[in-house]
Design a protein around this ligand. Structure first.
Ligand SMILES: [Zn+2]
Length: 305
């Protein structure tokens, strides 16, 4: 029987049988090829290529859902979902036997330190909308699901529809994980503007957005922040090294894909962070799904609105 207008076969498509992906291998072979060409063109001894650790696929697939705003009765938008629908989605996850894992377990699994169920799911909430507290939290408590908030500093306690500091503190107290979503939530045009100002200006801009946001959240909420969600999913090649310098270990963007163990974090994982309205309802896959980004993909920055 369809649940939420979603047949079982849809869910099977959603969690396909494990299959071996050769993307990394191709990427690896391509880099070897390039290196060999470079070597052939010069008599200078070449440094051997870095060994890429082969991580066997354990068959686990993690769907990462990204939510923003909630409302009991306002019309749904790309950013807003009805609270009742959200609750049904959470119920469906339970009925299907999918395990909602914490970000800590996700990271431990990626590192190979922990096993997680084959069908796991990560719940994330971006920006810091007040309705996460008023609408989503009661549901999350009901199902006892762990979750992560990606907050950007300028919207924390920003008045209106923004989460207040006491609300965030309460959620952290109850076990919520915090991730950074920058200082000002710059959209591609702003990022490009700073990038065009030259290397130093862009570097300073990125250090502020990525570094200060992490320091702010860690100091304000006495917690550790190790992951970063690119605002709008937009990123450029300069962001990753700076992010890593500040201690981020995982970066989320909005490209199609799904998290698997065999995708090294450093070389090409594109992991879907399903959008609320498109994932469990079996809707279209737009490029707007959030994902875990890794360096290789920085060569082709993806733009999302
Ligand atoms: Zn955002």
């Amino acid at each position: 029987m369809p649940i939420l207008g979603l047949s079982k076969s849809t869910m099977h498509a959603y969690f396909p049988a494990p299959m071996i992906k050769l993307t990394l291998l191709f990427g690896f072979l391509a880099s070897i090829g390039l290196w060999a060409q470079d070597g052939a063109a010069s008599d200078v001894p070449v440094v051997p290529p870095l060994e890429v650790p082969v991580i066997p696929d354990d068959g686990v697939r993690v769907a990462v859902l990204g939510y923003h705003d909630f409302s009991a009765n306002l019309p749904e938008t790309a950013m807003r979902i009805r609270t009742s629908k959200f609750r049904k989605q959470m119920e469906t996850i339970r009925q299907l036997g999918i395990t909602v894992i914490s970000l800590a377990d996700f990271v431990a699994w990626k590192k190979g330190d922990k096993k997680i169920p084959d069908q796991s799911l990560l719940l994330t909430f971006d920006d810091g909308w007040k309705s996460v507290y008023t609408d989503a939290l009661p549901v999350l408590r009901e199902f006892n699901y762990p979750y992560t908030l990606y907050l950007y500093k300028n919207y924390v306690d920003g008045g209106g529809k923004a989460l207040t500091i006491p609300m965030i503190q309460q959620m952290v107290k109850e076990g919520a994980t915090l991730g950074s979503h920058s200082i000002s939530h710059p959209y591609p045009l702003t990022v490009k503007k700073f990038r065009n100002k030259g290397e130093d200006a862009y570097d300073a801009f990125l250090r502020k957005e990525m570094g200060e946001s992490k320091r702010f959240l860690e100091a304000k909420f006495a917690t550790k922040v190790t992951t970063y969600a690119y605002p709008g999913g937009y990123f450029t090649p300069e962001m990753l090294p700076i992010g890593k310098e500040f201690g981020y270990t995982h970066f989320f963007t909005v490209l199609p894909g799904k998290v698997k163990r065999s995708t090294p974090d450093e070389s090409g994982g594109r992991h879907r962070r399903y959008r609320a309205n498109h994932s469990l309802s079996g809707g279209s896959r737009t490029g707007r799904d959030h994902q875990l980004a890794t360096p290789r993909h920085f060569r082709q920055p993806q733009e999302c609105r």
